[in-house]
Each structure stands twice: as structure tokens, then as C-alpha cells.
Ligand binder design. Structure first.
Ligand code: HEM
Length: 128
């Protein structure tokens, strides 16, 4: 019998695409995040769709095109503070609501993203 991955369970390519679009729509207007992202998020969103597809057990689209993700290393050029990690996760949580992701598959996905986001933090909170 076929084993279903989280990618299949949450609706595959269609759901990932809607989720990532809903996510970057929030990122581009978030005061803590917008300054470190490019103005045009087309390519960023394309890569994120590839990445989350493989993160959830779907086809290895990101690695096929870009090689090993090395996510923490790829984020080192950007100052990722605890505040920015929290903002990233809030945008994702709201995007999940917008596309109506529910249940255990959503909860487990979100829990993994919390851990991954914490791992990306590379800069302490600026002191003012
Ligand atoms: C790329 C910020 C967390 C996956 C980027 C870029 C920024 C960024 C500024 C570069 C965008 C570009 O130049 O196109 C952040 C911040 C985070 C965060 C502030 C807060 C913790 C995450 C997490 C994941 C992730 C949790 C995965 C679950 C990616 C991917 C890319 C990316 C796949 C594209 C890498 C590439 O260029 O190939 N992120 N990120 N990020 N981020 Fe994040």
C-alpha cells in the first residue's frame, strides 16, 4: 500500500503554492522582515515552494536545482534576530490560517518550522 507523506496529506503542490504566496504577501508588508528581503519576491517564493515540497516529503525539487539546502549557511548574510524569527513564524501561522490548513498535519508542520526558524537565528536582539 502507498505511504502518504505530509506533503500528500496537506494537498501537495496546490496547497504549498497557495501557502507560500499567502506567506510572502505578509512578509513583504511586515516592518521587521521587509527590509531584509528583495523587493521582488518572485524568485524567493519559487525557491521556498521547492524547499517546502521536499521538507514535507515530496519530490526533492530544491536540491535538484540548487544542491544541498544548507539553510543556516544560506541565511548567514542576513541578520536573523529572535524578533525576526518570531515575525517569520507569525506570517507562516497566518498564511496557514488563510489557506485553511488544519489538524495534526498542520500542527506537526508548524512545530518543525518553529525548530527550523530557531536554528536560523544568527544575530542577538539589537540593543537600543
Ligand atoms: C531565503 C529570511 C527562516 C527557508 C531567505 C532570504 C531571507 C530569509 C532574507 C533571502 C531571500 C532572497 O534573497 O531571495 C528568513 C528569516 C527567517 C527565515 C528572517 C526567520 C527565522 C526560514 C525557515 C525556512 C527558510 C524557517 C525553512 C523552513 C528559506 C529558503 C530560502 C530562504 C529555502 C531560499 C534560499 C536560496 O536562496 O536558495 N530567508 N528566513 N527560511 N529561506 Fe529564509
Amino acid at each position: 500500500e502507498k505511504l502518504y507523506t505530509p506533503y500528500d496529506e496537506l494537498g501537495g503542490e496546490h496547497t504549498i503554492s497557495k501557502l507560500v504566496d499567502a506567506f510572502y504577501k505578509r512578509v513583504e508588508s511586515h516592518p521587521d522582515l521587509a527590509p531584509i528581503f528583495p523587493n521582488d519576491l518572485t524568485e524567493t517564493a519559487r525557491k521556498q515552494k521547492q524547499f517546502l515540497t521536499q521538507y514535507l516529503g515530496g519530490p526533492s525539487l530544491y536540491t535538484e536545482e540548487h544542491g544541498h539546502p544548507m539553510l543556516r549557511a544560506r541565511h548567514l548574510p542576513f541578520e536573523i534576530t529572535p524578533t525576526r524569527a518570531k515575525a517569520w513564524l507569525t506570517c507562516m501561522y497566518e498564511a496557514m490560517d488563510e489557506v485553511n490548513l488544519k489538524g495534526e498535519v498542520r500542527d506537526e508542520f508548524y512545530r518543525r518550522l518553529v525548530l527550523t526558524a530557531q536554528h536560523m537565528i544568527n544575530t542577538p536582539e539589537p540593543t537600543t
